[in-house]
Design a protein around this ligand. Structure first.
Ligand code: GRF
Length: 208
């Protein structure tokens, strides 16, 4: 059984997609051991509570220094003893120790086709604003393993989404979530839970 911790900062629609996929049997061999948010008012925490999943908030505002926050965040993750850490819209600079301790055991969902429209400052609506500003006809989402960089770890899954004439950033964001994020993040977890992921020359691949 793969034990996962899901880290969130916002509405939790990706968390909901994971919970729904487990309930529907689209993710097997997996349990959500806990949900951690850095925002006390994150609706994702309400989603977890409603599903009876242990959830907690670790807010930087509750600590005198960044180091103390980092230590508390690492301790919170470790407390669930997860096999996999899932970043689902977690908008916090990760402590180095967390990334190091969970190398190849931490994944992130990013709302673009990496390496386009990613890196520092590319999160939320800004990603989709830039896609529209550049005039891209295709965008999408990426699930990648987390390394010490920003959106730079081994890519595991990607799914393309059409950009349509007249799209606003909000409309495009919703389409990318519905058509890509909510599909490939659960799919990635199921693949990992069932031993279907391998690494070669620094790249991640799905075993045929
Ligand atoms: C999603 O758009 C995801 O791509 C990005 O942050 C957002 C999280 O949304 N990483 P939600 O909290 O899962 O609804």
């Amino acid at each position: 059984m793969l034990k996962i911790v899901v880290m969130v900062s916002g509405g939790g629609t990706n968390l909901q997609a994971i919970m729904d996929a487990i309930a529907a049997g689209k993710i097997t061999n997996t349990e959500i051991a806990g949900v951690i948010s850095n925002k006390k008012d994150a609706f994702a925490l309400e989603r977890a509570a409603k599903a009876g999943i242990p959830a907690q908030c670790v807010s930087v505002k509750d600590f005198a220094t960044r180091d103390e926050f980092n230590e508390a965040l690492l301790a919170a993750v470790d407390s669930y003893q997860p096999d996999l850490v899932v970043l689902a819209g977690f908008l916090v600079i990760l402590p180095e120790m967390l990334v190091k301790n969970y190398k190849n055991r931490m994944i992130n969902i990013h709302p673009s086709l990496i390496p386009s429209f990613c890196g520092a400052g590319f999160y939320g609506l800004r990603v989709h604003e830039e896609v529209l500003a550049r005039g891209n006809k295709v965008t999408g989402a990426t699930v990648h393993f987390v390394d010490e960089g920003c959106d730079s770890g081994p890519i595991l899954l990607q799914k393309a989404v059409e950009v349509k004439y007249g799209d606003t950033p909000e409309v495009l964001q919703r389409r990318v979530m519905e058509e890509a994020e909510w599909n490939i993040l659960p799919q990635a977890i199921d693949l990992i839970a069932n031993g279907k992921v391998m690494f070669e020359d620094g790249h991640a691949w799905v075993k045929e």
